[in-house]
Design a protein. Structure first.
Length: 433
């Protein structure tokens, strides 16, 4: 039973991690300054030279990068290696404007595969496992990332990609998949479909590696119970390589960031000030081992908290909480901050599944928010008075969580379109940005 575990790195002493980071940061900054005009200009504008960056302590001197920089420099403006050495691109699902395109050399792909292999091993994966990957393949990083990680672990890899639920379940039963990798919303849908077909006894899953979108503890418990597995969170973003920037261990109390490859900071999203451990703010990454697309101080917009507390799993790498929202997807409704995750947690606590959509409109200059929630088959009723009572109960629970009136509309089971990738939760018709 081989694990492809890298304890000498994942359990290295804080001093060793710091030494790697110091050395790799200095080399990265020098390289991007010398090779990439876009970086040179940004650093010159801030009056910073590569010589000013002598260790991680100097990181704060560097300018931030944002998605706007990536769009401005699209497509090749931030590539730091000769194109002849680049072997792959991946891209975000990008809704508006220019897409974000990330570049990889073969060395970058190897390191990315390592990061995903660590996540699979942390979820109990070995070369005896059958890893069922139904994240999308293609431009999205989910499929290729977990696929590469699974190969490194030596597991039998099923490159299912997303969609075709019938086939997913058939392969899962026939080939005995043991580790499922997909978005949590698709995992919940698969769990529902397996349950409906009475196939729970035919599946051999023991763990799931779910990420790419926000999901609550309640949703985790729901999936774990329905599939009889342990569900692990995995985090990442295309700009910083893809999945595997951080991942959960058995303790399930935050995700270990692969600190030998990425330096994490948490900042105040308004002032840019660096915040200490334990304080909530925007996550910023500097990639220190990438050849083709090394980003320095990249603002993720994900809100979270870092912790260096000792972890019982033995890994020493810093842990981040699950993203608690985004500094840019937070809804402000009637002046109140609303995170979709808060709404989801109320729904799941009340026994609903995570099949819902949030509609925000502005009528007569006033914000109106409505949540459409699917009834579970057990709750389903077409008696108007019963539905009205259930809706009222949810309105009250949401009011006490959010402090504002949220209209609730219960809809029939299966009437909200299921997502094979990231679920579309928020439809903000106000178009404020
Ligand atoms: O979603 C990479 C990925 C693939 C991660 C598969 C995990 C599993 P992007 O499409 O570039 O990359 O989206 C990145 O998704 O900034 C977060 O806002 C969100 N996100 C990713 N993982 C999680 C997670 C991939 N575990 C953006 N929990 C990030 C909450 C997540 N949000």
């Amino acid at each position: 039973m081989e694990r492809y575990y890298q304890p000498e790195i994942e359990c290295a002493s804080p001093e060793q991690i710091r030494a790697w980071q110091d050395e790799r940061l200095v080399a990265t900054v020098k390289r991007v300054y010398e090779n990439v005009a876009y970086y040179r200009k940004k650093m010159d504008e801030k009056g910073v030279t590569p010589e000013d960056i002598r260790s991680v302590d100097d990181l704060h001197k560097l300018p931030f990068l944002t998605k706007d920089d990536l769009r401005d420099a699209y497509p090749y403006g931030l590539v730091a290696a000769p194109l002849k050495d680049c072997v792959r691109i991946q891209s975000t699902s990008g809704t508006t404007g220019r897409r974000v395109v990330a570049f990889y050399t073969q060395h970058d792909i190897d390191l990315w595969d390592d990061c995903c292999a660590r996540a699979i091993v942390a979820a109990g994966g070995t070369n005896e496992d059958v890893v069922h990957v139904c994240y999308g393949y293609g431009l999205f990083t989910g499929g290729p990332g977990l696929n590469g990680g699974s190969h490194k672990v030596g597991s039998l890899t099923l490159p299912m990609s997303s969609g075709n639920t019938e086939r997913q379940i058939q392969f899962m039963c026939d080939l005995g998949s043991t580790i499922l990798c997909c978005t949590p919303s698709y995992a919940a849908y698969l769990a529902e479909s397996i349950h409906e077909r009475g196939l729970r006894d035919k599946i051999k899953l023991k763990a799931g590696i779910f990420g790419a979108e926000a999901w609550t503890q309640e949703m985790r418990r729901d999936i774990e119970e329905k599939l009889g597995i342990k569900a692990y969170d995995i985090y990442g973003l295309t700009e910083i390589s893809g999945p595997g920037v951080s991942f959960e261990c058995n303790e399930q109390t935050g995700m270990h960031i692969n600190e030998d490859h990425f330096i994490a900071e948490v900042i105040n999203p308004v002032t840019g000030e660096v915040l200490p451990d334990g304080e909530k703010g925007e996550l910023v990454f500097t990639s220190i081992t990438k050849e083709a697309f090394p980003l320095t101080r990249y603002r993720t917009r994900d809100i979270c908290i870092l912790s260096h507390k000792k972890c019982s799993c033995g890994r020493t790498h810093v842990k981040m909480t699950k993203p608690m929202g985004r500094s840019d997807d937070m809804l402000i409704v009637k002046g109140v901050n609303v995170f979709p995750a808060q709404i989801e947690s109320v729904l799941l606590n009340k026994g609903y599944a995570a099949n819902y959509q949030i509609y925000v409109d502005r009528i007569n200059n006033s914000d109106v928010i409505e949540v459409r929630v699917e009834m579970t088959p057990e709750m389903f009723s077409d008696t108007v008075s019963i539905i009205a009572t259930q809706e009222k109960e949810l309105v009250e629970a949401l009011k006490s969580m959010l402090g504002i009136y949220v209209k609730v509309k219960l809809v029939a089971p299966k009437s909200i379109t299921r997502s094979e990738g990231k679920a579309v939760r928020v439809i903000d018709n106000r178009k404020l940005y």
